[in-house]
Write a protein that binds this ligand. Structure first.
Ligand SMILES: Nc1nc2c(c(=O)[nH]1)N[C@H]1C(S)=C(S)[C@@H](COP(=O)(O)OP(=O)(O)OC[C@H]3O[C@@H](n4cnc5c(=O)[nH]c(N)nc54)[C@H](O)[C@@H]3O)O[C@H]1N2
Ligand SMILES: Nc1nc2c(c(=O)[nH]1)N[C@H]1C(S)=C(S)[C@@H](COP(=O)(O)OP(=O)(O)OC[C@H]3O[C@@H](n4cnc5c(=O)[nH]c(N)nc54)[C@H](O)[C@@H]3O)O[C@H]1N2
Ligand code: SF4
Ligand SMILES: [Mo]
Length: 717
């Protein structure tokens, strides 16, 4: 137990232990009150946390209940022939998995073993590395991750721009006069790639000092500061292109920026097609609005821009992220106070990514470019079903691909057909229901951790170490221990070794040494928090532009991305005026699929997954508030309950992902309130993802909506 993170009450029965929340990127400081027998009695916001200062949301405060949820996996389970799960010992589970892996590798080679690392892997310092190292050590190479559902476009473009997937520029919130936010709802989600506690309060500071906060979003989201420009879904790249076009023709590109850039003619050739007047009908805004947005951004003393999953999950998140950088650069706002700036990282970003056109994989499913070995999630079913080089064994670590990527029945069938599916999770979730083995893992309170994922995206940079504060319940184990035990059975020499006295130091010390730090130093720091020296703007491009120090405005690797942009533009321009588009909607009562077994949330608002639609559309389609609707896309269909939502742009409908637990016997609460899986409507397979970033397409999906007649049948004339 670490003295600096623990205090005990006078009676000595309750210990208050400091930790931080690992549900989202805000990383709120929490205090867990640990009672007799290691029972977590309460989780409260940590008012003494120097950064998050007592901010926390409803979800973080429920983590104690998840820790003690009786439906958690506390022992390994194996699926019997009958389909029933039975509890087995760790040795039986590990021997069984290792035996089956040997058979799979003998028959299909090591490339038939793959892993999928889910979103919570980002907040679990050793889980992702352990899974990746295991697959690579076996001789495999295929990794999948939730990043192809949320941010791979950013990784890919940062590689193109700065040679590293992990170098990102964030808005200088304290000094900006104008903040453009595309596809983010900080009130609900607290955002991504911009790690601030209480982001809404931060935005309010900008407007309070007379600045502008402008959201671009098809939905006028939960009450928040600033104004919202209601764009048509999946068209943000064209808005950004038109803003750049306008700035070039009426204001002029910033002279200092031009001196740092090359291939500006290539950029101008691309932008030529995207004048505000031509783009306006496609993005669903007046040309005048686009022109005003562009000129105000350019005229602000200091302007910054940020985009998030609402854009990332469209078809052209990579192009949008690239254009966003050029907008910031050519208005003189890149790496200047109040613009987009770099933040100090406590762990170095790996550089030197290959961004030549040769970095594309030429496959039977088309050319695509994996980022950090991450394969397209949209091809998971295809790669499992492939007859030449199939995936036959899959490890799912902290993820639930069955519900979180497109593919519906096709993906379910593929997962069912695997020779070996092993899920490492808190619960036997919907994907786990198809598994051969469901393995219980340690949670936030039961393991040591480090906030490595948010490095470089914090306005006030710090490393935070969290101690294990209670012993694991039952036989829960950390993921790295599970992979080490499997590795040993397969004759590998695991990199993360259970006999090591300090496995966190083994993995992180070399990286931390770059900043003069070590795990030992982080553990000694007050409250586990080590502040890093802030990075002053002004030298970013000198430090981060490889080669000749000039930013290539039309790199060869983006040629296909540009061609695809013209093609998608033509498709959008000829769409019928009454086409409906489905977008994603997060709520305060859900966190992807992860909180679906929390009874308290089900008793409030997350009992069902409605289809939100604008009253004007409801009227046109003959749909009543609360009535049943059938929603169909080119990829699947589902039935849901309609809920009228005037905050949507007409023509746009919305649903929440992470529901669809009607068969999840391992999560009985979730199963009682299953909702429907919106990703039954999402595309998967060749041609459905962005080749440059392998991002799935999960927002702006064309759908039709029709009322279902009372009694459940289809309405007949
Ligand atoms: N249509 C649509 N689809 C989407 C999205 C959308 O907006 N719309 N959003 C996408 C986004 S942003 C994301 S990140 C993905 C998420 O996709 P996934 O990562 O595939 O799914 P999650 O629902 O986050 O599943 C997390 C699982 O990890 C378990 N878990 C939690 N913590 C741990 C841990 O420390 N260790 C282990 N072993 N298990 C743990 C939870 O119990 C849960 O079962 O979904 C994406 N899918
Ligand atoms: N409560 C809660 N918090 C969460 C999560 C959660 O599920 N629930 N998930 C966590 C995860 S994994 C992530 S990655 C982050 C994500 O955090 P954010 O990226 O901020 O995601 P959202 O809050 O869903 O905001 C996305 C916004 O994009 C809008 N949008 C949809 N389509 C488009 C489009 O085509 N163009 C534009 N411009 N906007 C569009 C939506 O209306 C929505 O307001 O949140 C994290 N925090
Ligand atoms: S805002 Fe995010 S990090 Fe903070 S308590 Fe809520 S879920 Fe946890
Ligand atoms: Mo995410």
């Amino acid at each position: 137990m670490h003295p600096r993170t623990a205090t005990t009450d006078q009676a000595g029965s309750v210990t208050r232990r400091r930790t931080y929340c690992r549900l989202c990127e805000a990383g709120c400081g929490l205090v867990a009150e640990v009672g007799p027998a290691g029972r977590i009695q309460r989780v409260a916001p940590d008012r003494d946390h120097p950064v998050t200062q007592g901010f926390a949301c409803n979800k973080g405060l429920l983590t104690g209940e998840i820790h003690h949820d009786p439906d958690r996996l506390d022992h390994p389970q194996a699926r019997a022939e009958s389909g029933e799960f039975r509890t087995v010992g760790w040795d039986e589970a590990l021997d069984g998995i290792a035996g089956r892996l040997r058979e799979v590798i003998d028959r299909h080679g090591p490339s038939s073993v793959a892993a999928y690392i889910g979103n919570p892997g980002a907040f679990n310092a050793l889980a992702g590395p352990a899974a990746g190292l295991f697959v690579f050590q076996l001789g495999g190479s295929r990794l999948f991750a939730a990043s192809t559902q949320d941010c791979n476009n950013k990784f890919a473009i940062s590689e193109v721009l700065f040679g590293s997937a992990h170098v990102h520029l964030i808005p200088d919130l304290d000094r900006t006069d104008h903040l453009l936010l595309l596809g983010t709802n900080p009130r609900v989600s607290k955002g991504s790639f911009l790690s601030v506690p209480n982001p809404v309060a931060k935005l309010a500071e900008i407007t309070a000092r007379g600045g502008t906060v402008r959201f671009v979003d098809p939905r006028h989201s939960e009450p928040v500061v600033g104004e919202t420009v209601q764009i048509r879904p999946d068209t943000d790249a064209y808005l950004l292109a038109a803003m750049l076009h306008e700035i070039d023709r009426s204001v002029g590109f910033d002279a200092a920026a031009l001196a740092r850039a090359k291939n500006v003619d290539g950029l101008r050739a691309f932008l030529a097609a995207f004048a505000p007047e031509r783009v306006a009908p496609v993005v669903g805004l007046d040309a005048g609005t686009i022109i005003r947005m562009a000129r105000e951004f350019a005229a602000a003393p200091a302007a910054s821009a940020h985009m998030s999953t609402g854009v990332n999950m469209g078809r052209q998140g990579a192009l949008a992220y690239w254009l966003l950088h050029l907008l910031v650069l050519f208005t003189g706002n890149l790496d200047r106070p109040g613009g987009n700036v770099s933040s100090t990282r406590g762990l170095p970003a790996h550089g030197g990514a290959d961004v030549s056109p040769d970095s594309f994989v030429r496959s039977k499913w088309g050319d695509y470019r994996p980022v950090s070995a991450i394969q397209p999630g949209a091809l998971l079913a295809d790669m499992i079903n492939d007859d030449e080089s199939p995936i036959r064994a899959l490890f799912v670590v902290a993820g639930n691909p069955l519900l979180t990527i497109g593919g519906g029945d096709r993906l379910a069938d593929a997962l069912r057909g695997l020779d070996l599916l092993v899920c490492l999770d808190f619960y036997r979730n919907a994907t786990g229901e198809l598994a051969d083995y469901a393995l219980p893992t340690a949670d936030w309170f039961e393991r040591e951790d480090l906030n490595n994922f948010v490095q470089g995206t914090q306005p006030r940079p710090y490393l935070e170490w969290a101690d294990r504060i209670v012993e694991p319940v039952g036989e829960r184990r950390e993921e790295w221990r599970i992979f080490a035990a499997l590795g040993e059975r397969l004759g590998l020499a695991p990199v993360l070794r259970p006999d090591s006295p300090d496995v966190m130091a083994d993995y992180f010390d070399t990286q931390l040494a770059a900043g003069g730090l070590s795990m030992a130093a982080l553990r000694r720091a007050e409250g586990g928090i080590t502040f890093l020296d802030p990075t002053e703007p002004g030298t970013f491009l000198d430090r981060n532009l490889p080669g000749d120090g000039l930013l290539d405005c039309a790199p060869e690797i983006l040629a296909g991305t540009f061609a695809r942009a013209h093609q998608i533009f033509d498709e959008l321009a000829t769409e019928p005026a009454d086409a409906l588009k489905l977008i994603s909607r997060r709520t305060l009562h859900t966190l992807n699929s992860a909180l679906q077994n929390v009874e308290k949330l089900k008793r409030t608002r997350a009992a069902d997954n409605p289809l939100y639609l604008h009253p004007v559309d409801a009227e046109r389609l003959g749909v009543d508030d609360g009535g049943a609707v059938r929603v169909a896309s080119a990829h699947g269909k589902l039935e849901a309950t309609a809920s009228l939502d005037p905050s949507l742009r007409p023509g746009v409908v919305a649903m929440t992902h992470g529901f669809g637990n009607q068969d999840t016997t391992g999560m009985p609460v979730a199963r009682r309130f299953p909702g429907v899986n919106v990703n039954a409507l999402a595309p998967s397979g060749p041609g459905t993802f962005d080749p440059i970033s392998v991002m799935s397409h999960l927002t702006g999906i064309a759908v039709t909506v029709e009322p279902v007649a009372a009694g459940g049948g289809v309405e007949t004339p």
